[in-house]
Design a protein around this ligand. Structure first.
Ligand SMILES: Nc1nc2c(ncn2[C@@H]2O[C@H](COP(=O)(O)OP(=O)(O)OP(=O)(O)O)[C@@H](O)[C@H]2O)c(=O)[nH]1
Ligand SMILES: [Mg+2]
Length: 365
């Protein structure tokens, strides 16, 4: 049995963690008090935030799993304040983690673009990696591109800082790419969070299964260590009429992925985990599809979980070498940083000009 640490930092991270807890406890109003988690593994979850209200808003995360960093109401998307706040409070966070015991792997979920999650996570990863030997993965959410210059620049700096740590891999989720998940912002968030939680639980099941032909944590580590230590998930659930080949294809299509990428062009390795009743799992079809992918990518890890009477489901994980979408995000972020700078300079110049003009003048009454 695997011991897994799952941390959600900042509002976005907290809410995704809550969606995972909802899925794992079964979703009933009081289920967190009475039900057992659906995980086969020992999963310890912790929501960390500077804003008490964000923590209070969680519905499926137990009170003991909510860590409030004493600070006003969030850090207002300011990563510098966030970093200072983390440094002043890191003992509190690290102690809370130590108290939970030993782990085989940790996942840290946060938005790249807010203040708290975005500034805490690279520092937290660094601290955990210095103290422990288990691998640490980040699940990082990119902003809607119209959310403004501060969010964009935060996202670029967060990703950059994260890649400078010893993080074992960054799994990318893109709000912009997934915005059709809901009609309004609240339902889009809920839809995206549910997509992430379904994939995460599927992965946990697959990594901690004792069945034959399964993928394990070792495979996952090798997969995420390749390329640029960046990855994303794809997923699809088929119906009785679909062939398994179609379901695999669907999981790799824009409808199944969490981030805009082209698997055959931008991925270096992949993992495909297939689950369902054996009547859906035609071995020739599965082999065909996997061969096609591996002839272009190199290695594809494959796992099959036979589950009686269940429709076929496929989870694909791609490790990414280069990404056109991320390059674009960096370019937009650089533009945003320049714009912020220009505006600041303009304001300073204006202030200077005004004070130059006013110098030597007296108010006339
Ligand atoms: N997918 C998803 N994205 C969210 C959710 N809540 C916020 N976001 C995104 O997260 C970013 C803002 O980051 P937050 O996590 O709210 O910020 P924070 O870490 O709490 O930082 P501060 O509030 O500045 O202290 C924006 O890009 C939002 O679109 C959510 O529930 N789901
Ligand atoms: Mg917040």
């Amino acid at each position: 049995m695997l011991n897994i640490l799952l941390l959600g930092v900042g509002q976005c991270g907290n809410r995704i963690l809550d969606a995972i807890n909802c899925e794992s406890f079964g979703g009933g109003r009081f289920s967190k008090y009475y039900s057992k988690q659906k995980y086969v593994s020992n999963v310890q979850t912790m929501a960390i935030n500077t804003a008490l209200n964000d923590l209070k808003g969680l519905r499926f995360t137990r009170a003991k799993d909510r860590i409030h960093i004493p600070f006003l109401h969030g850090v207002g998307a300011n990563r510098n304040i966030g970093k200072e706040c983390f440094i002043n409070n890191k003992d509190l966070v690290l102690r809370a983690i130590e108290e939970r015991g030993n782990f085989d792997v940790a996942f840290i979920i946060a938005s790249a673009s807010g203040g708290t999650g975005s500034s805490f996570s690279p520092l937290l990863i660094k601290e955990i990696k210095e103290r422990h030997t288990f691998p640490v993965y980040a699940i990082i959410v990119l902003p809607f591109r119209e959310e403004g210059t501060i969010y964009l620049q935060n996202a670029a700096f967060c990703l950059q800082e994260m890649r400078e740590t010893a993080v074992d891999g960054i799994i990318i989720v893109d709000n912009q790419f997934l915005k059709q998940a809901g009609k309004d912002i609240k339902s889009a968030y809920d839809g995206i969070n549910e997509m992430i939680s379904k994939r995460f639980l599927f992965l946990m099941r697959a990594l901690d299964s004792e069945m034959m032909m399964v993928t394990d944590l070792g495979d996952f580590k090798t997969l995420l260590a390749s390329g640029a230590r960046l990855a994303t998930f794809g997923f699809a659930k088929g119906n009785e009429k679909q062939t398994i080949q179609e379901v695999i294809k669907q999981s790799m299509s824009p409808n199944g992925l969490l981030f805009s990428m082209s698997p055959y062009k931008e991925a270096v390795r992949a993992m495909i985990i297939i689950q369902g009743d054996k009547k859906y799992l035609d071995i020739n079809e599965i082999s065909n599809e996997i061969e096609k992918l591996s002839s272009s990518l190199g290695h594809v890890f494959k796992g099959i979980l036979v589950r009686n009477n269940e429709l076929p489901q496929v989870l694909t994980i791609f490790s990414i070498s280069s990404s056109e979408e991320l390059d674009n995000l960096y370019l937009t972020a650089i533009e945003a940083i320049n714009k912020e700078k220009e505006q600041k300079e303009q304001t300073t110049n204006q202030k200077q000009e005004a004070s130059d003009i006013l110098k030597g003048m007296e108010p006339e009454y």
